[in-house]
Design a protein around this ligand. Structure first.
Ligand code: SF4
Ligand code: SF4
Length: 283
């Protein structure tokens, strides 16, 4: 059972909720797919069982000894990635156009290392994560690679909880493809509602069972009502309304899951939400 926690954008409390759910689930494998702003893994110390380089693209490389400085490659590059017969690796998109026009066959495309990936054993179970190389972008391929790596450890566990990337791009699509259920975390702001609508459209397209949780629902009753109406209209499951709670910020600062704080009102609401989620995903 793979449950993906998503949000339309960063800063909605997605990781706080993913972390709390993974604590409540107990028999769990965690996958940190929010690779560009990775922090799910920060809540856990452990020992790396596997470390593997991930190569996710190509970069052009000019062999200086073959180059006759004709300038054809610079002319053809639509990304302005070549200047004075030098490749700017940050700008190169690996399209290969320059290799086609070079009269000397002086340009080759080399595999580009995009990230280090890790499988880490913690006292709370396995977590899969990636550390991006500077200037590299998250890709659907990297997310699929991480999920695949985590898969072999998930056989005996009840659930895999994936902290997905924010937004609706390729990494998100790779996070949800083939998963069993999605929990979308939203917040009661106008932009939060628009972001929610976009994510829901994506989930509908992939026909994935989708639940919604409104974080900090009590900071704006009017928009919370609009979100509830939208969820009703879409016949989705509103599984939780989490109140604003100062303890959440304390938990982030101390890098402890919110479930650690017994009197937290957010923790209580998330615990109730987990009971509801279980009813939907395990029956
Ligand atoms: S591979 Fe494409 S983007 Fe990179 S330098 Fe060549 S033409 Fe430019
Ligand atoms: S097209 Fe080839 S030979 Fe011409 S400048 Fe570029 S690398 Fe050098």
């Amino acid at each position: 059972m793979e449950l993906v926690v998503l949000s339309g954008k960063g800063g909605t409390g997605k990781t706080t909720i993913a972390t709390a759910l993974s604590e409540l689930a107990k028999e769990v494998v965690r996958v940190d797919c929010d690779v560009e702003a990775s922090n799910f893994y920060m809540y856990y110390d452990g020992k790396d069982l596997e470390k593997e380089d991930f190569y996710g693209g190509k970069k052009a490389d000019i062999k200086k000894d073959k180059c006759i400085q004709c300038g054809k490659c610079e002319e053809v590059c639509r990304f302005n990635a070549i200047d004075h017969f030098q490749i700017n690796a940050f700008a190169c998109e690996g399209c290969g156009a320059c290799t086609l026009v070079c009269p000397q066959n002086a340009i080759i495309l080399k595999d580009e290392k995009v990230a280090n990936t890790f499988i880490t054993k913690t006292d709370k179970g396995i977590i899969a994560k990636a550390e991006m190389e500077i200037g590299s972008d998250a890709s659907g391929l990297l997310i699929s690679f991480l999920r695949k790596k985590a898969e072999k450890f998930s056989k005996n566990e009840l659930v895999t909880i994936i902290d997905g990337s924010p937004g609706i791009g390729c990494p998100v699509i790779a996070s949800i493809t083939g998963s069993n259920a999605v929990l979308v975390v939203t917040e009661p702001t106008k932009s939060g509602l628009e972001d929610l609508k976009r994510v829901i459209t994506l989930c509908e397209h992939f026909q994935i069972f989708t639940m919604v949780c409104i974080n900090k629902y009590d900071i704006n009753g009017e928009v919370t009502k609009e979100i509830e109406d939208f969820v009703d209209q879409k016949e989705l499951k509103l599984v939780g309304k989490i109140p604003y709670d100062d303890v959440v910020m304390k938990s982030i600062n101390e890098l402890k899951p919110i479930t650690f704080y017994k009197d937290s009102i957010a923790k209580k609401a998330i615990t109730e939400m987990w009971k509801t989620i279980q009813k939907f995903i395990f029956t």
